[in-house]
Design a protein around this ligand. Sequence first.
Ligand code: ADP
Ligand code: MG
Length: 294
Amino acid sequence: STPVVIFCALSKAATTGLLVKGGNYLETLAKVKMVAFDKTGTVTRGEFTVTDFQSICDDVSLGTLLYWVSSIESKSSHPMAAALVDYARSLAIEPVPENVEDFQNFPGEGIFGKIHGNEIYIGNTRIGPRTGCSKDSIVEAKCTGGKTRGYVYLGATPVGTFSLSDSCRSGALEAIKDLKSLGIKSFILTGDSHAAALYAQDQLDHAFDMVYAELLPQHKAELVELLKKDGTTAMVGDGINDAPALAAADIGISMGISGSALAVETGHVILMSNDIRKIPKAIKLARKASTKLI
Ligand code: ADP
Ligand code: MG
């Protein structure tokens, strides 16, 4: 049976918007020494704006490129996808997802789809090798302001580039500072570029103890396993790509509103709002509940 103090703490947590899936997770929360955060959609809003979109191939018009990209991105649930679809629509180009065949998602890299016989890859530089494109045939563009850079390939030929910007959640800095005051270290674990990850770190006064970027989903899980050797580790994330790391952590915390169904299912604690300041609050509550048990 659940001790009364645990039961009270669980229901108190629930009223503050935190769903803890069992008393044992409350005990683990009380012991947390490190919190690893996914970046996109967790530390940042995950609400991207397209700041630049170009055709880099004379044979492919910007209109065709936008039609391909928006149609294929319509099938993706990544936060970047919605921004690219909105951008095409703002230029009066309507995506036609029904025309997309063989859609594939490559977590941490990008997506693939066939449209009118054209094989299109959209993603970061890591998707290049899948297309058969030789590594140096695309010049990695220098990006300012921590933007996320995207590339479009027609078969093995690079045909387009784009940039997207996102911004940090308003409560992010406070959350990391509160964790620090509880003696807890914070990390960023992201699939996004080093530039985008370091930009978020800059925006947050270098509050994170360490930033790890360009990670594939299994790399996030491996890093969590490494952190666990130094103490109880929580992982906070929202994406399908975060599920392995959420499962690997001593305690997985998922974003309830923006989170993917898989992340919400995998997490042991669900943040019912997107307010990550609730995490240090939950740890304080869990510590109180555990001391009352002794
Ligand atoms: P994070 O760990 O920050 O949440 P993800 O693992 O979701 O990042 O994504 C990593 C990278 O993979 C993105 O920054 C992007 O470059 C690429 N990517 C993922 N999905 C898509 C998509 N639908 N369209 C284009 N690029 C994508
Ligand atoms: Mg994410």
